[in-house]
Ligand binder design. Sequence first.
Ligand SMILES: [Zn+2]
Length: 227
Amino acid sequence: MNCVIFGAPGSGKGTQAAALCEAFQMVHVSTGDMLREAVRNGTELGKKAQALMADGKLVPDELVGGIVREKILNLVGQGKGILFDGYPRNLDQAKFLDACLTEAGSQIDAVAVLDLDPAVLVKRICGRRLCTKPGCTGAFNIHFMPSKQEGVCDLCGSPLQQRKDDNEETLKERLAVYNSQSLPSLEYYDQKDLLIRVNADDKVESVRAALLGGIRAKCGCNKGCCA
Ligand SMILES: [Zn+2]
């Protein structure tokens, strides 16, 4: 089984991606991981990417595509399922991903989308308060999980701080980028009847159950991967 997961920053995508990989025995694949692995393994494409990154340059789409293709052929060849996270980032990449999977004799079985009301996202992200003491894991949210005393860490008593990027303006910019990039891909997958939309404004376990049920219903592999 191969899936793609989409979700805006703050939608809980990381947690759900891990749960899906465990439930369906998929390998989690993100663009950053694939690039780092190609560099580490010293593949030809990895060396090219490394040289560019060392110069502080962006790795072009073509090169990323080559690395994605190698990874797909390798994993599918080993009989493994894949969960793509953060890839495809646009419509061209979605089409390229299909071509690679077809070449490998496989396909995308389901595309999961975590939907969240922007107002809730703002509360989740902008309400975050983190402990300032190095090494302390104290993390709170003024709307959902406030500290006992405002601005003070429950764990160690140090002051809490809002991260600089956790403001509404920055978040709205990130959301606008996410929406404009992902919308065309989502329409593409919707036409193929692969989309599963799940409301992410719910308990982690409920979101997980909705995702698993939706994916099982979509997967038509008959290979038992989604049982
Ligand atoms: Zn603390």
